[in-house]
Design a binder for this molecule. Structure first.
Ligand code: SAH
Length: 493
């Protein structure tokens, strides 16, 4: 039993083709519980936010800057970490077993007696064409798909691909790792009898904001790819379906090619960037303000807590603020003894737990309190429970401190690299104006709602986009609608 407990495990998790939204739910759960994440470059770096902050991240991908790891070294690190008792997630681009050498990693674990599981992923072979508007099968045109590695060129002694057979078939041919061998591949298919006019689509960095699509024909493939400067990673689709342009793709990713500056006022990655990325945007988050304990609230908090029955926290920052304010008043968390503590956000529970304090949810606050009016609840920024049982004393616990400008953002703004700035609160508006204003005249400004729009105007920012109702998702959708209507997208297609 002791032995079993000390052995960790390895999960080979498919990361999908590049859009973080295309990770599986199972993959997300395992990432959230990982001690160690071993990742290569193709597996979206943005997914690493889903791992716990304390997880060890090991980059093993081939990169021009970092050193490359051999497959043996990767196998060894998986086995070593698992033997040391860690839960290891091996995050692999697309599906782990589609040309990813995932099989070898699973075998290495088995040989070492390390438990290893696999979570299939959305493979780029199918998803990248789909997101570019190419359906890989079509009842009339293609009833067969063949996924081929182009790593070894046709005719190579170790190649097991029957290029002549593929050329003679009507199958859709999807080639991965084929960019370096484009000319050899086109020649082999033409020599085997595929028509010169056979449509070809080459999709570079599919499912990412940098996606580019080249449409051509088999005989012009090599010349057009060189002219377009096609680079790896790219998926090559050969066959009748490559001429199709299914309109669903544009509707799925209306912000493809659009670079959005997302102003953040909390240290944690926000939901707005996630929503924008789900619509295809290249969302770049930058911190423009940070919450800090409202120092002038020391007296207010002490007075409010005297005779109070409960304290409701909006988020973990408010927990930290209360601790800091109590300390300033010469006290500590024992001043909260006897109060019902409540969490308006699940992360509050963890923050209080770290202090050894237990709490109820906001609903628990409404339901669990004994009948009787007039119990006093101290509230920072949270929405108090709807029930009338509590009389609310509001104390501002946090204040926003404007951050420092990020020189990279300054530079990118100067170069006109952003299409849109998304401002999800009046603080975000104020911070952005203060740090980066005046903004370039052709940068679109999207504000969350009426209050943030007013803050923009007060700070001298012209507002172009405001959703009909305030909210993160409506804001992202409003940006997409505006872009679709005005086609501000650059660099896509
Ligand atoms: N296991 C991966 C494939 C690994 S081989 C999967 O299932 O998707 C690496 C090749 O995958 C690249 O050379 C390229 O051909 C393709 N590829 C992976 N991600 C891609 C992307 N976002 N856009 C285009 N091609 C991609």
């Amino acid at each position: 039993m002791a032995d079993e407990q000390s052995t960790g495990e390895v999960w080979l998790v498919g990361a999908g083709p590049g859009d973080p939204g295309l990770l599986t739910v199972r993959g997300r759960e395992l990432l959230a519980a990982a001690d160690v994440v071993v990742v290569d470059r193709l597996a979206g770096a943005m997914l690493l936010d889903l791992a716990p902050p304390w997880a060890e991240i090991i980059h093993v991908g081939k990169s021009p800057v970092a050193r490359s790891w051999s497959q043996e070294e990767i196998n060894a690190v998986l086995v070593d970490r698992a033997c040391a008792g860690s839960r290891v997630v091996r995050l692999k681009g697309g599906d782990p077993y589609v040309f990813g050498r995932g099989g070898e990693e699973a075998e290495a674990c088995a040989a070492a007696g390390v438990p290893c599981g696999v979570v299939p992923g959305v493979t780029s072979a199918l998803a990248v064409p789909a997101l570019a508007g190419v359906p890989v099968t079509h009842r009339d045109a293609a009833q067969e798909i063949v996924i081929v590695s182009g790593h070894l060129p046709p005719g190579h002694p170790r190649s097991t691909v029957d290029w002549a057979g593929l050329a003679a078939s009507r199958a859709t041919i999807v080639v991965l790792m084929g960019v370096a061998r484009l000319m050899d591949i086109a020649d082999a298919l033409l020599a085997g009898g595929r028509a010169a006019a056979t449509p070809v689509a080459v999709i570079e960095r599919g499912a990412t904001p940098a996606q580019r699509v080249l449409r051509t024909t088999l005989d012009a493939l090599a010349v057009d790819a060189i002219a377009a400067g096609v680079r790896s990673p790219a998926v090559i689709v050969v066959g009748e379906v490559a001429a199709r342009d299914d309109a669903a793709a544009d509707r799925t990713r209306p912000l493809a090619g659009v670079r959005v500056l997302v102003a953040r006022t909390r240290p944690r990655p926000g939901r707005l960037a996630r929503e924008l990325r789900a619509l295809g945007a290249d969302a770049v988050e930058t911190v423009v303000a940070r919450p800090a304990p409202a120092v002038d609230a020391v007296a207010g908090l002490t007075a409010a807590l005297a005779g109070a029955d409960g304290l409701l926290f909006a988020d973990p920052d408010e927990v930290a603020a209360v601790v800091a304010l109590l300390r300033r008043a010469g006290r500590d968390v024992r001043a909260l003894a006897g109060l019902t503590l409540a969490a308006a956000d699940p992360r509050v529970t963890a923050a209080l737990d770290a202090l050894g304090l237990s709490c109820v949810t906001r609903d628990g606050l409404a339901a669990g309190s004994p009948p009787g009016q007039g119990r006093v609840l101290v509230v920072g920024a949270a929405e108090p429970p709807a029930s009338g049982e509590w009389s609310v004393r509001r104390v501002p616990l946090l204040t926003d401190v404007i951050a420092e400008p990020d020189p990279r953002i300054v530079e990118e703004l100067r170069h006109g690299d952003f299409d849109v700035a998304a401002l999800a609160s009046s603080t975000a508006a104020r911070g952005t104006a203060e740090l980066y204003g005046p903004l370039p005249p052709d940068l679109l400004v999207a504000a969350m709602g009426r209050r943030s729009a007013e803050a923009c105007e007060a700070a001298g920012l012209r507002v172009d986009i405001v959703p009909a109702e305030p909210g993160v998702r409506p804001l992202a959708a409003a940006v997409a609608d505006f872009v679709t209507a005005n086609r501000v997208a650059r660099g896509s297609e």
